[in-house]
Design a protein around this ligand. Sequence first.
Ligand code: G6P
Length: 606
Amino acid sequence: MCGIIGYVGKKPASEILIDGLKTLEYRGYDSSGLYISGEKRIRSVGGVNNLYKKLPKGMKGTCGIAHTRWATHGKPSEKNSHPHTGTSGYIFVVHNGIIENYIDLKNNLKKQGSKFSSETDSEVIAHLIEKQIDEGSTFEESVVNTLKVIKGAYGIAVMNKREPEKIIAAQKGSPIVLGIGDNEYFIASDVSAIVKHTKTVLYINDGECLVITPTSHNIFTIDLKTCKRKPEKISWNTERVKKGGYKHFMLKEIMEAPEVLKNSVRGRLLPETGNAKLGGLETITDKLTTIKRIIIVGCGSAYYAGLVGKLYFEEIAGIPTEVEIASEYRYRTIPLNKETMILAISQSGETADTLSCINEAKAKGCSTIGVVNVVGSSIARAVDAGVYNHAGPEIGVASTKAFISQLEVLLLIALYIGRKKNVSSSEGKNIINEINKLPKKIELVLAQAKKIELIAKKYSDSKDFLYIGRKYSYPIAFEGALKLKEVSYIHAEGYGAGEMKHGPIAMIDKQFPSIAIIPNDTVYEKTFSNIEEIRARDGKVIAITTKGDKKIPTIANEVIEVPKTIELIYPILTTVVLQLFAYYVGVHRGLNVDRPRNLAKSVTVE
Ligand code: G6P
């Protein structure tokens, strides 16, 4: 979590840093701070705008570092905000990640006279560097030696008042990207923060350090060996990260669904043969057709996408599949062998728990593949092969467009494998045909936004919601409930519709509405009975069903229809209804749906 930006060049740094921090706020937004050469450190609680208001006019310094925080150690406060300094106050450090051995290091430093001013783990880095410089080491040596003693994950940027035109950065588990301009350099946790200044970038690898001055950049390992790498050109543009006339990123990103669903499969569909073309998997195609088991790992919405993926892999590719929450998987003893493949799903490609599952699986000799949205991200680079979502930057903290794109890509991967095994060409063609029709069908769902808004408004005072579904709608019940929790802070629970009577039905009364996801699929009748059970107990039901359904309106209190499609694709259509519902409930409750309290988009701590 947390976002870092740094600049060294000829322009005043303050504007570049504030602007970059605003882009990085999705990584954390409880406090922020900056240090610019020749100026005082400035820090503030709350969003980046609060920091901006505190800046003196006419700051001229041309080298600086800045940070937006998501609190891990110590609550959001000015003293816990970054940059942190050592006792003498000439070293400034911004840090993303967690230093696991900070208590021992802090106790040692205190014994040696260091004076700490925050509750953070990060502050030890500043003290360690400062102490070594005091003892005669160079700035570079002090940073490198500090990295050798800290344990955990970090992306850091460090400045030294005594060398005002230099930034040293380093990464292990929390990315730092270098942007190369014309006699100027940028560093950031994510390219989105620097893309308006340069499209020439260099990704720093774990265990590497970087020194930038206005005229040079130098990458080296912590053993001081120089690393030579060519910069890459990125194709992002800044328009893609603006709101484009919508009130919130979340709404903009939901409304982008038709385009996203086209982009995720562009050039990947072979309608004549009913097959998928996935260049990123070609190197491991043989393996994919012989593996005996897939384990999908992910967190949050990505985990729920995995639950749908499991059904695709079992039904279409005929491969037994398990899905694990990444933060659980990594601490369990799961018997693995070379016939098991680990598939990581991650929008950001930076989620620490998911990344560590991949590293762990690789160490055990398993093949790994990724379904990742952010090109060049840590997970994308760590996996053996993979498929990018091409959903474009997702800024709203609660995942929307990335989630539906994950489902679409997982379906394509299952088809890609299935067609090499048992799936017939006509079955394949049917799936491809429906995927091609999907953007138009999603438009019909989005056209009901007004109706969904009215229903959302009517129920927005509810204290609890139950979401139910079966088979392909079962994971969607979880995802729908998660979306509502994230953006409205209303308690919501996803449940298998059939399992509801084994507990949750006890809570049902007039005040406790349920959302039933009941498209016209193979489990329709069963879910219908579960709705009857809720209605028999006076519970209100909002049903999401297939257009033209005659039975549901006779029993549900509210009905929202999605166009008819095949069972495999209903989850994509019904999800968009639930995203709009959550969005409007959040908005009617007056909440900041793009940046819900306590959350961050990219969870780079375990
Ligand atoms: C955070 C976000 C969620 C996201 C999850 C996994 O919790 O708020 O929206 O689903 O992380 O993120 P990833 O980038 O790995 O998909």
